[in-house]
Design a protein. Structure first.
Length: 264
């Protein structure tokens, strides 16, 4: 036992050095206007500039976010999570060659890459073409389908922060369509998480998928970051409404919050 403790003491400085020199790094990429920066802001409570009308990210923006390791040897130790926001592809044909080169220079630094799509846009030919050009990074990519709160018939259940039954049916159709089209390029099954950066819906699942997709040799770092719950991403007005209704028992003896949790 004493020998194991001594070995751990000797290893700790090397572990901390690795975390400082090569922090866990996540990159967000995709075509212009899909909500990459807003996803980062909502996931990590940052303040990257966003716009509904023009592209804001022109260079690779690096954001170091201090988190606390929760469940490994360095429990309760601070760690820097590095998040890289990439400029959107497809914004301008004159900029694409420059952006593609920037992608190739920067994506190699990422442990995991989130490729953001939008549920509102059925055309993904640009994504397919860029994926072909960035083939060397396919093994690192997790796909996110953003803006599902805007899926027709636009009757999102605000009080529970979940899609309506009609939206759910349409979301499933959209998800299968995107899987089929992306499979045609990548030639393997993909990880595709539907979510809303605006409402925070399923951001917990997106983050968990990111953590689970890290390289095997870096698992020991990422596993220590599993500390988020749906409450971190759910708007306060929704949480307040849920807490209020949680005090009321429905006929089957379960609370409204129990019912909500089944959807998350």
């Amino acid at each position: 036992m004493n020998q194991k403790i001594q070995q751990l003491k000797e290893a700790l400085p090397k572990i901390k050095q690795e975390l400082e020199e090569h922090p866990p790094t996540i990159g967000l990429i995709g075509v212009s206007g899909v909500g990459k920066s807003s996803t980062i802001n909502r996931l990590f409570k940052t303040n990257l500039v966003t716009s509904d009308t023009v592209a804001c990210t022109k260079e690779f923006e690096q954001k170091d976010i201090e988190l606390t390791l929760t469940n490994n040897t360095l429990k309760n130790s601070p760690v820097q999570l590095r998040v890289i926001d990439a400029p959107g592809l497809g914004e301008d044909i004159n900029l694409d060659p420059k952006y593609i080169q920037m992608y190739k220079e920067n994506l190699g630094k990422c442990d995991v890459i989130i490729w953001v799509l939008t549920a509102r846009n059925r055309a993904i030919a640009l994504d397919q073409r860029y994926l072909q050009e960035l083939e060397e990074f396919h093994s690192k990519i997790v796909f996110g389908l953003n803006q599902i709160d805007l899926v027709e018939p636009l009757n999102w259940k605000i009080e529970y922060n979940i899609p309506s039954e009609e939206q759910n049916k349409n979301i499933e159709v959209i998800l299968q369509d995107r899987r089929d089209k992306l499979f045609g390029v990548i030639k393997k099954n993909i990880k595709l998480i539907d979510y809303s950066s605006k409402t925070g819906y399923k951001l917990e699942e997106l983050f968990a998928t990111i953590i689970d997709s890290c390289p095997e040799e870096r698992t020991w770092i990422f596993n220590g970051l599993k500390s988020f719950s749906y409450k971190d991403y759910t708007p306060k007005v929704v949480l307040d409404a849920l807490e209020k209704r949680n005090s009321e028992k429905v006929s089957n003896g379960k609370s409204w919050l129990d019912s909500f949790n089944r959807f998350n």
